[in-house]
Design a binder for this molecule. Sequence first.
Ligand SMILES: [Zn+2]
Length: 160
Amino acid sequence: MLVGHLGVSVLTHRYLKADLVPVVVAGVIPDVVDKALCQGLNLTPSGRMWGHTLLGLAVSTVIVRLLWGRQTAWSWAVGYLGHLVADIGGDVPWLYPFVHYDFEPSPGFWEILWRKLQNPVEIALELALLGWAAWTVRTPQRISTKTPVPSVNVEIHEGI
Ligand SMILES: [Zn+2]
């Protein structure tokens, strides 16, 4: 669910040094793509299809790398991978289209939301993730003791 994916993305930003915007966008893009294709446009049978594959991860990361560079691509890749890993509790077609998957017909958006709301453990876990993420954002990172202290060079010129 969106709340949990946002939490995972912010934690990835914090602990893996991923840039915030690409890691958050990549953290939700698999659902945006697949839910739009399935529930929005009725073009695919499942809400977890092309966006939830390693092929989707690889192709989108290459595009991001070409457009915005290495650091943004790294941030994108870990955000996207974090989404796929967070979805492991359900069916994730990691290797589609190279491996055949039997896609169950996906329920509509409201049915999915209703099912999620009836699972208090999952809601609590997602809220805990988001709370942890919010706490890490508010807590300043420790400064390493190995960080060099800037020095000031002062030249003293003797007067006339
Ligand atoms: Zn998903």
